[in-house]
Design a binder for this molecule. Structure first.
Ligand code: HEC
Ligand code: HEC
Length: 281
């Protein structure tokens, strides 16, 4: 009798602990039915096929094919991610890593895997990528920023954007003409691993974050961590951010070669995706 009582407590304790933990974590992820929990082992098998040639068996970015790649493949161990919808300094949410895997990183060696992987594969890979860094089990991930819908692109907004570009001295790095030829030499623009990450030539129209106004909004608010591209969350009024975005896009000289890659997958924006909710039956 007493024995089985003790056994019951042992069974119940982890469940209580799990509930408590769940109630203390901020809810920065989409509902569970939109985000199948990744299977790390299955992710590792896929990773061995698709990723380790660049990112390495140990996830440190030193795969056999990584030599001479600029920018270098990301180290999953350091876990400093450029493409996030979370504020600067925070880890990315699962959907950020998923988006990178599906769309690739335009203008770099990071391929788009949309043609080879389905959503389950992608989230298994996300689980595998996260498993390389203890940060994911130690740190709370900040909430994703809220991206308001883009207002109409008007001459007045572009003019306001030009004024902000000047005021915030974006041209110091990107050049007043957007050519990327501003201040500094290559030496001044190394990323967190010491590789080159120079200011972007904004005329080419290749954006790692994607080239829709809302993608650039996200990039400007959250910054590209690990590079000198800072987060402008506190520097620009939310109502002004799209003006800056439209001015950035006005440098664009026609369809960039990476343009077709930058359209995000349909399931990325949970609000626009209709997914069967198994809880509703
Ligand atoms: C041909 C080489 C190559 C392959 C194969 C490759 N990657 Fe990458 N990956 C890169 C490079 C290069 C970068 C860095 C891009 C940059 O710094 O802008 C990168 C960056 C990333 C990032 C970080 C993006 C960020 O926010 O900073 C993730 C996550 C990632 N890769 C996951 C994967 C996964 C998962 C696979 C396999 C499905 C994979 N990669 C396959 C080259 C590769
Ligand atoms: C201190 C130098 C510096 C300043 C100032 C700066 N940037 Fe950048 N910016 C960079 C660097 C470096 C990159 C490239 C990062 C990379 O390739 O990973 C970049 C990249 C970008 C990108 C490309 C984002 C993407 O997703 O590919 C945009 C857009 C951009 N900057 C706009 C701006 C705007 C607008 C301002 C002013 C509010 C600004 N930058 C100020 C250094 C700077």
């Amino acid at each position: 009798m007493r024995r089985s009582g003790r056994f019951l407590i042992l069974l119940v304790l982890p469940a209580v602990a799990a509930c408590w933990r769940a109630s203390t974590l901020p809810d920065s992820s989409p509902p569970a039915y939109l985000k199948p929990p990744g299977d790390v082992d299955r992710g590792a098998r896929l990773g061995r096929t698709f990723c380790i040639s660049c990112h390495g068996v140990y996830g440190n970015g030193r795969g056999s094919g990584a030599d001479g790649l600029d920018p270098a493949p990301r180290s999953f161990v350091r876990a400093v991610y450029r493409l996030r919808s979370t504020p600067t300094g925070s880890l990315p949410i699962d959907n950020d890593l998923a988006r990178t895997i599906v769309r690739g990183v335009p203008g770099t060696a990071m391929p788009a895997f949309r043609a080879y992987l389905d959503a389950r594969d992608v989230y298994d890979l996300v689980a595998w990528v996260k498993a390389f860094s203890p940060r994911f089990s130690q740190e709370l991930i900040d909430d994703a920023i809220r991206i308001p819908p883009a207002p109409p692109r008007t001459a007045a907004r572009i003019a306001r954007g030009r004024a902000l570009f000047k005021e915030l001295q974006c041209g110091k790095c990107h050049g007043d003409d957007g050519s990327g030829q501003g201040w500094g030499t290559d030496e001044d623009f190394r990323d967190e691993t010491g590789r080159l990450a120079p200011p972007r030539d904004l005329r080419v129209g290749i954006f790692k974050s994607g080239s829709r106004p809302r993608d650039l909004y996200r990039a400007l608010v959250t910054g590209l961590d690990g590079t000198r591209m800072a987060a402008y969350e506190d520097a620009v009024e939310p109502g002004d951010m799209y003006s800056l975005v439209y001015y950035v896009l006005s440098f664009d000289r026609g369809p960039g070669p990476g343009r077709w890659l930058t359209e995000p997958p349909r399931w990325y924006e949970p609000t626009t995706v209709r997914v069967r909710n198994p809880e509703k039956k």
